[in-house]
Design a protein around this ligand. Structure first.
Ligand SMILES: Nc1ncnc2c1ncn2[C@@H]1O[C@H](COP(=O)(O)OP(=O)(O)OP(=O)(O)O)[C@@H](O)[C@H]1O
Length: 383
């Protein structure tokens, strides 16, 4: 792994960060609606990830913030002001795209100095700032070389340094790490977090990688088919997903989400799963399913990390029985695939005693299990 760069950047705190308000923004391309009635408040200095599957409207949202696309409806305010009449180059927004946008025929120095020259910064000041940024990015030994001679990893650092050097009020990053190999990607993830802290800029980061979003962002906006599904701090989203889409999208390994019909018999409520198994509901998750009285079918959600084996720990925890189909090593733990009729549950083998083929009891903790309405996908009950 490359060594951490030692010098720190003097930073931008208090020098021109921006808050951004996206108010009821819709973007249509002809008959197609790419973004629907989107509202997000971003505080100054915050690091916000736009997260969602391919084609959900992340880049379109980013382009509207940048001024590259106009909203069909709604408005975007910077520090409470509408900048739509300002030229893009006057908005003071920095970009880093997946494909770098580096001038490969120019030297590393020229790439770094370009934005400052456009702003007519005095020459000695340019030299000082280029040197400081090159030191910060550990590419100062490459300053005189053409950018085309850089490795992919150095190129990525140059792309970030080039945008950061002009100290934009807002930094937009669109999948900036997707071309990197896994090791350097993890390093750059950590490095970006440090840089954001040093630069102090408002950053918006587009990604379809939930691990990247969870580890980097102060807040995540999860988007599906142009609609905002949830906006909040990573842990709040992880612990308290507001709908089935978010529950399914966030978390690794994914949450167990099983669908079925509710059936009540002599006071006992069961979720009859489509694969033939049934979950006897009790405690909090039972109350969640029945709270509004109108739900007949639902999804039951429980994270693999919350299922347990051995002795029952909570009086309302739900006892199940399944066959260990597969054991898969994930780091220091083993992930068990438990077959219950036609339904599979994933759980971590927390006692490290399971063997493939075993028929074992396991427990679903009622207070950590989630209920979703099957029709709308909305969360029932809640934290
Ligand atoms: N100029 C355009 N004209 C027509 N449709 C467009 C245009 N730009 C984007 N779209 C469509 O809008 C939808 C959202 O695209 P967008 O690029 O914002 O998604 P995304 O979430 O960034 O996806 P990806 O991760 O694949 O880039 C897609 O279906 C895309 O085909």
């Amino acid at each position: 792994m490359p060594p951490r760069a030692l010098p720190t950047w003097p930073g931008n705190r208090g020098k021109g960060m921006s808050s951004i308000q996206i108010n009821n923004v819709t973007k249509r391309f002809g008959d197609f609606t790419a973004v629907r009635d989107l509202s997000i408040d971003i505080e100054e200095g915050e690091f916000v990830a736009l997260l969602g599957p391919s084609g959900c409207g992340k880049t379109t949202t980013m382009n509207m913030i940048a001024g590259l696309e106009e909203p069909s409806e709604g408005e975007i305010l910077f520090d409470g002001k509408d900048l739509s009449s300002l030229r893009i180059q006057d908005r003071n927004i920095g970009f880093v795209f997946q494909n770098y946008a580096i001038f490969t025929h120019l030297s590393v120095f020229k790439n770094l100095s370009y934005g400052l020259e456009v702003k007519k910064v005095p020459k000695p000041e340019i030299e000082r700032r280029v040197q400081a940024m090159a030191d910060r990015m550990s590419i100062s030994h490459r300053l005189d070389q053409p950018a085309s001679s850089l490795s992919v990893n150095e190129m990525q650092k140059l792309a970030i340094g080039r945008s950061a050097i002009v100290e934009p009020r807002i930094f937009l990053l669109d999948e900036p790490l997707s071309n990197l190999d896994a090791g350097f990607r993890a390093y750059m993830r950590a490095e970006l977090k440090v840089l954001q802290h040093e630069f102090g800029q408002t950053m918006i980061y587009v990604t379809h990688d939930q691990i990247e979003a969870m580890s980097l962002a102060d807040k995540i906006a999860i988007i599906d088919q142009g609609k905002l599904m949830q906006y909040g701090a990573p842990l709040d989203i992880y612990n308290d997903p507001q709908n089935r889409f978010v529950a399914n999208f966030v978390g690794s390994p994914r949450m167990n989400l099983v669908d079925g019909e509710l059936r009540e018999e002599r006071g006992a409520l069961h979720l009859m799963l489509h694969g033939g198994a049934e979950i006897p509901l009790s405690g909090k998750v039972r109350a969640d399913f029945t709270r509004d009285g109108s739900v007949h079918g639902g999804s039951f959600g429980v994270r693999p990390q919350d299922i347990y084996f051995g002795d029952k720990r909570g009086s309302n925890d739900i006892a199940m029985h399944g066959k260990v189909e597969v054991l898969e090593r994930v780091g220091p733990k083993r992930l068990a695939y438990l077959q219950v009729q036609d339904t599979l549950f994933l759980a971590f083998d927390d006692l490290d005693r399971l063997r493939v083929g075993d028929e074992v009891p396991f427990y679903l903790p009622s207070d950590k299990s989630l209920a979703f309405d099957m029709k709308t996908g909305r969360r029932l009950g809640g934290a």
